[in-house]
Every structure is written in C-alpha cells, then in structure tokens.
Ligand binder design. Structure first.
Ligand code: ADP
Ligand code: UDP
Length: 234
C-alpha cells in the first residue's frame, strides 16, 4: 500500500488516498475539540490509543456479524479502511441519560433508559450538527428508509455487543456516536469507536473514562483513555 495525497483533514483524523482507489488511510491525531470546535486542545497519545481501541471494536463487531470499513492497522496511528460514500449523519445510541439529554428530557445524569434510544444528527459543522428525524432524512435525500432500517439494526447490534464486552471489564456504555457509508451496495460501519465518541463510565464508581474529562476540564484525560485501552486489551 502506498500513501497518497491528503484527501481531508478533520478535527480528529486526517484521511489520505492510497494507490488503491477503493481504500483510504486514516491517521488518528492527538488533537481534541469540543463544543463543535469552540474548545481546542491536545490529548497526548490519543491518536495511538484511539487507533488501537477502534481496531479492537471493529474486529469484535466483525466477529459478531457487524461489518465495517476496517481492513487493517498499518502503523500506531494509521488504519487502512474501505473508501465509503459517507452518509452525512451521526447516529447516536443512548443507554443512560447524559450530555445534551439531561437538559432535553429534564432527567438527572445517570438515569437509565428503559430501551436504547437512537437519535440522528445532521453532519454539518456550519449548522452545528442539528438533530434530525427520519422525515428530515428522507426530505434531504440523506438516506432511504431501507438504509435507515439497516443503520438502526446495525447500531443496536453494535450497542448490544459493545455493552456485553465492556460489562465484563467493569465499564458501562452510556452512549456513543456512529457513522455509516455505502460500499458496493452495502451499508458499512465507518469512522472510529473510541473514548472521543463514546461515553464510558466505571460501573462501580461512575468515574468518566472518556472525552467528557476534556470537555468538562476534569483532568486525567490521557490516563482515562489509557485505562479504557488497558481494560479492553490487557
Ligand atoms: P470531522 O470531519 O467530524 O472533523 P474526523 O476528524 O474524524 O471528523 O475526520 C474523519 C472524516 O473521515 C469524517 O468526515 C468521516 O465522516 C470520514 N470517514 C470516516 N470513515 C470513512 C470512510 N471509510 N470513507 C470515507 N470517509 C470516511
Ligand atoms: N458525539 C460525538 N460527536 C458529536 C456529538 C456527539 O461523538 O458531534 C457522541 C458523544 O461523545 C456522546 C454521544 O455522542 O458519546 C451523545 O452526545 P450528546 O448528544 O450528549 O452530545 P454532547 O451533549 O456531548 O454534545
């Protein structure tokens, strides 16, 4: 595989072309942002850790029947993936009330939800990622009903698989964000699965082991990311 031109630089990753038109190289950065880019910082070692945690989850999900863009890890910070036609949606799955849901539902952080809740955000930095429902998604031609059904099915399957794996490591999966894309007529899971886009809480202490430590200036950010990697892989 030969690394080609930079295709895109985002807030957390850089995407490169490769000599294969169907494959991309994703470089995980140490940069961190919060509040739709309002807060900037660096989390030392995050790129390496998020590449490892994402690799771990993509492999586990594949073993349990959830297909993703992941091909292989090629360096500490780089992952080779299938190049997808990305669906401009962020799919959020929630098991416990946290983050923006506290205000929206008027419930205390930590309240368990009776069933997992799926939400859609429009992936648009200019608009601040507004929440959409299925009607908006159809009206904007972002995805078909059939694609949305597949996305929901895969998101709920990923939630069940990840919850089970994390439970055995004394970690609660509070909520997380997924992205999907199209490849050869199939819907595949894309992007990353890491403490940047999941809320992980220690089961006993409810200590936050994710990006909320950065968002809320709680300290111990690097240590929390490392702790999740250690619990999953050691
Ligand atoms: P953002 O764009 O939100 O700042 P990142 O810094 O994580 O996010 O940049 C990674 C970009 O690559 C995102 O826009 C994401 O949608 C996109 N992406 C992730 N996986 C794939 C893939 N397999 N094919 C094409 N694009 C992808
Ligand atoms: N999330 C994300 N990217 C976003 C928005 C949310 O990865 O642009 C993740 C976030 O890490 C959390 C879940 O989605 O695990 C739900 O986030 P919420 O809607 O509560 O957003 P917040 O209030 O944190 O902005």
């Amino acid at each position: 595989m030969i690394k080609g031109n930079q295709l895109y630089e985002g807030k957390a990753k850089i995407v490169y072309e490769t000599d294969n038109p169907n494959e991309l190289l994703v470089y995980f950065k140490d940069d961190a942002t919060a509040g739709n880019g309002a807060k900037h910082g660096t989390i030392q070692g995050k790129g390496v850790i998020n590449n490892k945690i994402s690799t771990f989850f993509f492999k586990q999900l594949k073993d349990h029947g959830v297909k993703s863009h992941f091909i292989e890890t090629v360096s500490p910070c780089e992952m080779l993936v299938k190049k997808l036609d990305m669906i401009k949606l962020e799919i959020i799955v929630r098991n416990v009330v946290a983050g923006s849901l506290v205000k929206r539902l008027g419930l205390p952080e930590g309240t368990p939800l009776a069933v997992p809740v799926i939400e859609y955000d429009y992936k648009s930095d200019e608009l601040g990622d507004p929440m959409l429902n299925r009607w908006h998604i159809m009206a904007l031609n972002l995805a078909t009903i059939d694609e949305m059904n597949q996305i929901e099915h895969m998101s709920l399957a990923a939630n069940a698989i990840m919850r089970e794996i994390l439970k055995a490591k004394n970690v609660d999966l509070v909520d997380f964000k997924l992205e999907f894309g199209r490849f050869d007529g199939e819907i595949l899971l894309a992007d990353e699965i890491s403490p940047d886009n999941c809320r992980f809480w220690d089961t006993e202490t409810h200590e936050k082991l994710d990006k909320d430590r950065f968002r809320q200036d709680l300290g111990g950010v690097e240590e929390a990311y490392q702790e999740i990697l250690n619990r999953l892989t050691l």
